[in-house]
Design a protein around this ligand. Structure first.
Ligand code: ADP
Ligand code: MG
Length: 605
């Protein structure tokens, strides 16, 4: 209690000092960074930790902060808004962190998430770890308790050694203890987040630091504007030659585009490379739309064939992780029969799962440009290979069309997705956010994406809970309409952010595929007891009413026509909307496409 009061007083003192500073010179009794309590010289202009953090952010063109304010960063959030930084105040730190992370992916600048100490910090940490795993640049700035007390474990308010906890979960963790180091601390955080392989950075700002006072002129001089935060990284000419030699020899070449390629914003170079070589390409889910999914060279509809039969595979900003079956095993051709060329900014990514015959270490834009420059009189990919791929594509696309043409009642995933596929075709600048199990897997293959960075989803971890955070970040950063296609279970992880979406009046339409549960809604309690089965939710819930509670629009739909009308209305109006879509509770499959990763007991008792 006393501690609360002390903190409150300290913050108030700092705040008053700032107000005074804005009007004229000031006299302030505050704890200085040297620990002495001093009566400042009346003619001396002062600044403090709060202002230095904001000045450093502004100097580095950071225009938006996502976060959840509270002790000890309430004033930082208030003052940020006062200084013209946009503060998007969320309801839970994980969602604020996800918004910041996707802002990083979309803009190539670190997304900033601001949290309070201990529990707020921990909530934000999931998003920081997820950002790091996905190679999204993000900085989690968290207030923290008094170092002296934390380090002696004497029981401070929200005591936690946050830096030690953050360290293994992000690219780097830094702590600033002195006001004059704020500038360099933030510069370090920015450069670390965006250079090389992008990722998450933790920046620890103890409460005491924010209130530290120092001479304003010295403070201004201590700030650092980061020059060329993510310098281009060029591959060596020998590496380019090696890669071109292998590519030239290929009879059945394949290009795989990953979200690193989408992040790089080298869209024109990538398109030129693909069209010049005539090579079939496979976009990973967040690379969809780098070229329109309807592009004749897209091999998405022949995925299993191309992975198995390609003799040379060029990976562009895509890792050979579980999402690509680690580049070996039954998904792929016989080991040794396939050669890999890999473009990646991270040298250690090479040979991580299989040997890489031609590593191209550098940024996607520089590597692809160098490849193009070395392609003199280039022969297009062999026609026989293209014919094989196209034949499989046509057969699979015909199968998909017949699934989409069915019109069952209640709707299944495909009948609802057919509607949304048309919406995106007609409104290609919409940002699609997608999470769930079946909702994710089927939307990924059914809905074509036409523009780069317009599909944001569960990423490398396949994590649930990114939905509303990504929707908020995408709407704020791009100003484009967002369509979030959510499983009913997935939505629950971040659902409270619909209040945030309404509060900032963001053009987000959330379509909830409601099949009454996780994977499906038909499990029964084997004991016959009154508790529902663990994977089942309240039957026939009306999620649309949640949005109405906050002043947004809601619709409850049971047919494709109703769905089409409701989504188009929402997109036309730009009003925050939830559409509750009744999906047959019996149609989902266990764990969506990755049931193989979910062990099932075969022993009966
Ligand atoms: P996906 O899941 O779409 O396959 P991954 O996240 O597995 O994509 O892979 C992205 C890869 O892209 C990472 O290995 C990362 O190091 C790399 N990467 C990120 N940005 C760049 C860039 N600008 N240039 C080159 N590689 C990049
Ligand atoms: Mg469900």
């Amino acid at each position: 209690m006393l501690d609360h009061v002390a903190k409150r007083e300290k913050t108030t003192t700092a705040n008053d000092a700032l107000n005074a500073k804005q009007s004229a010179t000031l006299t302030v009794a505050a704890e200085r960074h040297d620990g002495k309590s001093a009566e400042a010289d009346a003619s001396q202009k002062l600044t403090d930790g709060f202002h230095l953090v904001l000045d450093a952010l502004k100097l580095n063109d950071i225009k938006t902060i996502y976060g959840v304010p509270g002790i000890p960063v309430s004033d930082l959030a208030r003052m940020a808004q006062g200084e013209g930084i946009r503060v998007i105040s969320c309801r839970h730190e994980q969602n604020a962190g996800n918004a910041a992370a996707i802002a990083g992916f979309l803009t190539k600048k670190p997304g900033i998430c601001l949290t309070v100490s201990a529990p707020g910090f921990l909530n934000g940490l999931t998003a920081l770890a997820n950002a790091t795993t996905n190679c999204f640049p993000m900085i989690l700035i968290s207030g923290s308790s008094e170092r002296e007390i934390v380090d002696l474990q004497q029981g401070d308010y929200e005591e936690m050694d946050q830096m030690a906890i953050a360290k293994p979960l992000c690219k780097a963790a830094y702590r600033v203890l002195h006001a004059q180091d704020i500038g360099i601390g933030l510069a370090r955080a920015i450069r670390t987040a965006v250079s090389g392989r992008p990722g998450g950075v933790y920046l620890d700002l103890p409460a005491k630091l924010l209130g530290q006072v120092m001479d304003a002129e010295a403070g201004a001089k201590s700030l650092v504007k980061v020059v060329e935060a993510a310098p281009a990284q060029f591959p060596s000419p020998a590496a380019i030659e090696r890669a071109l030699d292998i590519l030239k020899s290929a009879k059945r070449p394949l290009i795989i585009l990953g979200k690193g390629a989408a992040y790089a914003q080298a869209d024109d170079e990538i398109r030129t490379l693909i069209e010049k070589t005539g090579i079939p390409y496979l976009p990973m889910s967040m690379a969809k739309g780098l070229l329109p999914d309807t592009h004749p060279q897209s091999a998405s509809a022949a995925r299993s064939l191309v992975l198995k039969q390609a003799d040379v595979v060029m990976l562009i900003g895509a890792r050979l992780n579980w999402l690509l079956a680690h580049g070996k095993g039954k998904t792929w051709g016989e080991t040794g029969s396939q050669k890999f060329i890999q473009i990646d900014i991270e040298p250690r990514e090479m040979d991580s799962n299989v040997g890489i015959a031609a590593p191209l270490v550098g940024d996607v834009g520089s590597c692809v440009s160098a490849l193009l420059a070395g392609m003199k009189d280039w022969q297009k990919a062999p026609a026989a290979w293209i014919d094989t791929v196209n034949a499989r594509k046509e057969a699979n696309l015909a199968k998909m069309s017949s699934k989409l043409a069915k019109n069952p009642s209640p709707m299944d995933f495909h009948s609802a997705l057919g509607v949304l596929r048309k919406v995106i075709k007609e409104r290609p600048d919409t940002v699609l956010v997608n999470e769930g199990a079946n909702t994710l897997d089927m939307a990924r293959s059914v809905i074509d994406i036409y523009q780069p960075r317009k599909r944001l989803d569960v990423g490398t971890w396949g994590v649930m809970g990114i939905g509303m955070g990504f929707a908020i970040g995408a709407a704020v950063e791009t100003g484009k309409p967002v369509l979030a296609i959510e499983g009913d279970s997935a939505f629950g992880f971040s659902g409270m952010e619909i209040e945030t979406i309404c509060r900032y009046n963001l053009p987000v339409c959330i379509v909830i595929f409601n099949n009454n549960g996780i994977y499906r809604g038909t499990d029964v309690n084997p004991t016959g007891g009154s508790d529902l089965a663990p994977m089942v939710f309240i039957k026939d819930a009306r999620y649309n009413k949640m949005m109405e509670a906050f002043g947004g629009a809601g619709a409850h739909v049971t047919t494709p026509d109703e769905l089409s009308r409701a989504v188009n209305d929402a997109m036309d109006s730009g009003k925050p909307t939830i559409i509750n879509v009744v999906i047959d509770p019996a149609v989902g499959t266990e764990s969506g496409n990755i049931g193989n990763l979910n062990p099932q007991s075969v022993v009966t008792r």
